[in-house]
Design a protein around this ligand. Structure first.
Ligand code: G3P
Ligand code: CA
Length: 247
């Protein structure tokens, strides 16, 4: 059995405001191997770390991320809606995350959020930042929009890339063999033993999302996946450790 890594989904989303530095820092402190986060573009082309296309659910601002400048986005509070304890927590930019990542060894799953809006040139901008910060060996790019992953393959063949799925099409094996990427990121409910075996045979690393309870975490561990993405990395690490000790 390989060593299964824990990735903190949107940072430690279950206990901290998602996609903030506080959430990422928590993941580092409790010993997660990686973090997952989402990237959009501001109106002036800066790489913004936030999940939704709009600001309303998680921040003090409203409207589309794409309609706000980086300067404006920097005035937002991204913590107070989660808990008053996190009031003042800003929306991070990719450069903030990379600056911080210089001080640790965390792996990073960068989700390119082009499945709802087209962000012209976002793939190139992310790749430029990865290269500028020399983070090539620490990142995996993923997207529900497989065209973004194809673009990234052309722009930066050296980077690890992954195909994200929510639900699996009947021809998923055909897609995996045609695309020949290295990462398969299905939602946890779609992943079965047989599907995991098929993806492994094709050479894919399997990083399902998002398992938060013990039953799901152990189910995925038994499939010997590469990474488990979870909103509760501290709890997941304990569950995995206890399971390993008895199996
Ligand atoms: O990358 C896995 C997962 O984050 C995809 O779903 O909606 O949480 O971005 P979502
Ligand atoms: Ca995501």
């Amino acid at each position: 059995m390989q060593s299964i890594k824990i990735f903190a989904h949107r940072g430690s989303k279950g206990t901290h405001p998602e996609n903030t530095m506080a959430a990422f820092q928590k993941a580092a402190e409790i010993g997660a191997e990686g973090i997952e986060f989402d990237v959009h573009l501001s109106s002036d082309g800066e790489l913004v770390i936030i999940h939704d296309e709009t600001l309303d659910r998680t921040t003090s601002l409203t409207g589309y991320v794409k309609d706000h400048s980086a300067q404006m986005l920097k005035t937002a509070d991204a913590g107070g809606k989660f808990s008053k304890k996190f009031l003042g927590e800003p929306i991070p930019f990719l450069t903030d995350v990379f600056d911080w990542a210089r001080g640790n060894a965390l792996l990073m799953n960068i989700e390119i959020k082009t499945d709802k809006l087209a962000y012209e040139g976002i793939e190139q901008k992310i790749i430029d930042a990865i290269r500028q910060y020399r983070m090539e060996s620490r990142v995996v790019l993923s997207s529900f929009n497989h065209e973004s992953i194809e673009k990234a393959k052309v722009l930066a063949p050296e980077l690890e890339r992954a195909l994200l799925f929510e639900g699996l099409p009947d021809n998923f094996e055909e897609i995996l063999s045609e695309k020949m990427e290295s990462g398969f990121h299905p939602d946890k409910n779609s992943l079965t033993e047989a599907i995991a075996e098929a993806a492994k045979k094709l050479g894919y690393k399997i990083r399902p999302w998002v398992a938060n309870d013990e039953t799901d975490i152990i189910k995925l561990a038994k499939m010997d996946v590469d990474v488990i993405m979870t909103d509760f990395p501290e709890k997941a690490i304990k569950i995995l450790k206890a399971w390993k000790a008895t199996s």
